[in-house]
Design a binder for this molecule. Structure first.
Ligand SMILES: Nc1ncnc2c1ncn2[C@@H]1O[C@H](COP(=O)(O)OP(=O)(O)O)[C@@H](O)[C@H]1O
Ligand SMILES: [Mg+2]
Length: 296
């Protein structure tokens, strides 16, 4: 039995197919380098949005280290792979975690997108569409690096959040990721979130360096989403498989997550430019798989 699991969360979401009045927004949270704080960003932003009464779904698509479930206090019984195997409905795969945040454990199923039949694809998209329409925001933990699965997810989302830290290699790796997304997926817009920084000045310096390089060499525009300070409370929360948003809501990191969540919610509300709905998000993933010649 996992010590990080809240057993009272272990019931499943049931589909009511009601359509939300505003379109769901999908943000991919990604990074060039591992260990920069993506999973904490996804979990804590989801928590901040949930506390602000937004309906939030998180998708764990990190093939390397799928651990969002720990922060949400649940042990998924099924993954997207079970849905693709035809043994479970998506409603059985998606489970509610802490604060009612819905989790889609996707890491072990995403690769199987490549071997779906046309009929399976339609059934997947139809079920997913009905479920995600009930959400205000979907956050995807993509894992790090420039592998195909990371970049598929980032490119398929409406918005891309790139997490960077002050480590020198994090900046170089973030630039490499942006470069791949620009050159192979024609992405032009990115949000930069500086994490684990000393203060706002350090965050601004990171953003300035990266955005100047991206504009000059890639003709890509980077927007500053905000910054999360280095905070011992966050490390303490991680050790307890918790989100700092709930263990220490007055800590500097938690307050910063709240600010960033408000900015995200504001961007969602103001956003007239819509690249696609979640169904489109998965359609794009499937389309990329098809292009690679993996379709059956
Ligand atoms: N703002 C922060 N303050 C202090 N430590 C942090 C912060 N963000 C991340 N960390 C540290 O980095 C570790 C890795 O974070 P994680 O979210 O798992 O990264 P990723 O998902 O990018 O691999 C955390 O367990 C924590 O120790
Ligand atoms: Mg992670």
């Amino acid at each position: 039995m996992n010590a990080c699991v809240d057993t009272d969360n272990q019931h499943h979401i049931h589909q009511d197919c009601s359509v939300s009045p505003s379109p769901t927004h999908v943000f991919a949270v990604t990074s060039g380098k591992g260990g920069v704080g993506k999973t904490n960003v996804v979990a804590n932003l989801a928590a901040a949005l949930a506390l602000a009464r937004k309906r939030v779904m998180v998708i764990d698509a990190d093939l390397g280290l799928a651990n969002l479930d720990l922060f949400l206090g649940v042990t998924p019984q099924y993954t997207l792979a079970d849905f693709f195997a035809g043994t479970r409905a998506l409603t059985d795969v998606i489970i509610p975690g802490r604060l009612g945040i819905a989790l889609l454990p996707a890491a072990s199923g995403v690769q199987e997108v490549t071997s779906l039949s046309g009929e399976q694809k339609i059934s997947f998209l139809t079920e997913l569409d009905a479920l995600t329409h009930r959400m205000d925001v979907v956050l995807v933990d993509t894992g790090s690096g420039i592998s195909d699965t990371v970049t598929y997810f980032a490119a398929a989302a409406q918005e891309i959040i790139v997490v960077v830290t002050p480590e020198p290699s994090a900046l170089a790796d973030a630039y490499a990721l942006v470069k791949v997304l620009v050159s192979t997926h024609q992405e032009k817009r990115f949000w930069i979130l500086a994490n684990n920084v000393e203060n706002e000045r350090e965050a601004a310096r990171l953003y300035d360096t990266l955005s100047r390089m991206a504009l000059r060499f890639l003709n890509a525009s980077l927007d500053f989403l905000g910054w999360i300070p280095r905070d011992r409370e966050l490390v303490r929360a991680v050790a307890r498989c918790q989100m700092v948003m709930t263990t220490a809501p007055q800590s500097p990191a938690a307050r910063a997550f709240m600010v960033v969540a408000h900015r995200l919610a504001g961007a969602v509300a103001a956003e007239a430019r819509v690249k696609g709905c979640p169904q489109f998000f998965f359609r794009r993933i499937l389309a990329v798989a098809g292009k690679k010649g993996w379709e059956t």
